[in-house]
Design a protein around this ligand. Structure first.
Ligand code: NAG
Length: 493
């Protein structure tokens, strides 16, 4: 695989002390990139912003080992997590997994065996609601699930292990994926408290500048370089992770077998095309564009046009009000499905302090000091408990969503022959979710106080290849992603 050095980004501060291996990498890269002695003209480089491709190259050239990489991230987590509250647990076995990967990489590999995977030796954090059958707890951030024992790895977990990823630990999240109550702040969970947005730590209005959710800890960790990937910093990293986790899962058979037909035989990597925007038809739904960032997004629409995309402007989704109405949109389906699925999950655990949604509600009520139940409510769970939570109810709710999707987003996409819709931030996720459609969000800019904003590209089911072309095309033209400024941290490595 060709690995462009240009993927390395300059670090924003060179004042912090470098450990010896970082210095080594830095020197190596300066020499490689500059290919001359005039290294003072080059920016410094750091493992800090390194992508999967960058790291695989340093592995290959014996510049870096998985153990060194993992040690670096453990150090970063120890330094920064007390401020950010993004990681709930570090895997006590991650260093031995790293050693194993380092040995495998050095061993001669017979051609009869498949080459080592793209994620081999790469540390990954898992959101705390993804089951791992190891020393780590899986708790969705809640004390109610502490000491529960899962029967098996989740499907994606099995695939990640097979791909050779190193399990760094568990990332925090909005507790229960923000499905406990409406007064529970986003990015808060009982076990690791309030997650903090690393770009605006000193913000006077922390909740409005929060890290969003529900994957708050994953987002904070990767943005602040506490790990290589949970979510991803770049489109290419996202593609390598996607390559490794897609496919059939016997424990989620209906959904994964119907989606399997969309997976390209040779994976998603070759859709990382620099000119991926050329000829793409992109729809603009104006109702999502407002506020102080309007100018920024007008600029991006112009950028997309200049890169060869055809902009289809001023589109409307006929039933948009109904889709976002809590009584007629996705909420009834989510409440019913949450009760049904959670009860199945809890009953299936090997051991657990709670065995049903009703048990969880009782636990929260009886443990206000752990779950702050006297301040943060659990009304969403109580509403879910009131549903029948059975298959007939779920099917009814799903049919309604299919109708909303057919009459809304889907019909607009088909009528206008669109490849994707472009919207600011994550506000479009509901429209996509009700139809099971994919979306990808790429960094789009920063507000005055440093708050990052994204741009979302959403398309019809199975359009991942096109979305990757579009997102990568946009990312490579704009290169907006930058790490949080080191001045927001007490210490910078
Ligand atoms: C899992 O939770 C138990 C109980 O709190 C704790 O003793 C253990 O250290 C946790 N595991 C990890 C890997 O942190």
């Amino acid at each position: 695989m060709a690995i462009p050095f240009s993927q390395f980004r300059p670090i924003t501060s060179t004042t912090g002390p470098f450990s010896s291996f970082l210095l080594l990498i830095k020197l190596f890269l300066l020499i490689s990139v500059c290919a001359s002695l005039f290294i003072v003209n080059c920016h410094g480089f750091s493992i800090k912003e390194a992508s999967i491709q960058d790291i695989q190259l340093t592995f290959k050239n014996n510049i870096l080992t998985s153990r060194q990489l993992v040690q670096h991230f453990i150090q970063e987590i120890q330094t920064l997590n007390p401020i950010l509250n993004a990681v709930i647990e570090v895997n006590p076995d991650v260093l031995s997994q790293a050693d194993k990967a380092d040995i495998e990489r050095k061993m001669p590999r017979p051609s009869s065996l498949k080459p080592l995977g793209e994620l081999h030796g790469i540390p990954i954090l898992l959101k705390d609601n993804i089951a791992t059958k190891d020393k780590l707890n899986t708790t969705a951030g809640s004390f109610a699930l502490l000491n529960s024992v899962v029967p098996r790895d989740a499907g994606v977990m099995r695939k990640l292990r097979k791909a050779g990823a190193l399990i760094m630990g568990k990332a925090s999240l909005s507790e229960w994926s923000h499905f406990r109550g409406t007064t529970v702040p986003s990015a808060w969970c009982g076990r690791s408290k309030q997650g903090v947005n690393p770009y605006v730590i000193l913000s006077k209005i922390p909740f409005s500048r929060g890290p969003c959710g529900s994957s708050s800890g994953s987002a904070i960790s990767v943005a602040a370089n506490l790990v290589t990937v949970p979510m991803c910093k770049t489109v290419s990293d996202a593609v390598y992770v996607l390559n490794s986790i897609v496919g059939f899962d016997p424990n989620d058979a209906v959904a994964t077998s119907s989606a399997a037909k969309f997976i390209p035989k040779d994976g998603y990597s070759h859709y990382l095309k620099k000119d991926g925007l050329r000829g793409k038809r992109l729809g603009i739904v104006r109702i999502f564009f407002d506020g102080p960032l309007l100018q920024l997004f007008e600029g991006h629409i112009e950028t997309l046009r200049q890169a060869g995309a055809v902009i289809v402007d001023n589109l409307e989704i006929d039933n948009i009000q109904t889709i976002y109405d809590p009584s007629s949109g996705e909420m009834p389906a989510m409440l019913s499905e949450f009760k049904q699925s959670l009860n199945v999950y809890l009953k299936d655990l090997v051991t657990s302090p709670v065995r049903s949604l009703a048990d969880v509600i009782a636990f929260n009520k009886n443990n206000p000091s752990l779950e702050i139940t006297d301040v943060y409510d659990q009304n969403t769970m109580i509403d879910a408990e009131k549903t029948r939570g059975n298959e007939a109810e779920r099917q009814g709710a799903l049919l309604n969503m299919q109708k909303l999707d057919n009459e809304g987003f889907k019909s607009m996409m088909i009528k206008n022959n669109l490849d994707a819709v472009v919207t600011p931030g994550n506000s479009f996720s509901t429209v996509l979710a009700i139809g099971g459609h994919p979306g990808i969000i790429v960094p789009a800019g920063y507000e005055d106080d440093g708050m990052p904003v994204g741009i979302c590209f959403g398309g019809l089911r199975g359009s991942e290849p096109k979305l990757i072309e579009i997102a990568y095309g946009f990312e490579q033209i704009t290169l907006i992603r930058k790490p949080p400024p080191s001045t927001t941290f007490i210490s910078d490595v």
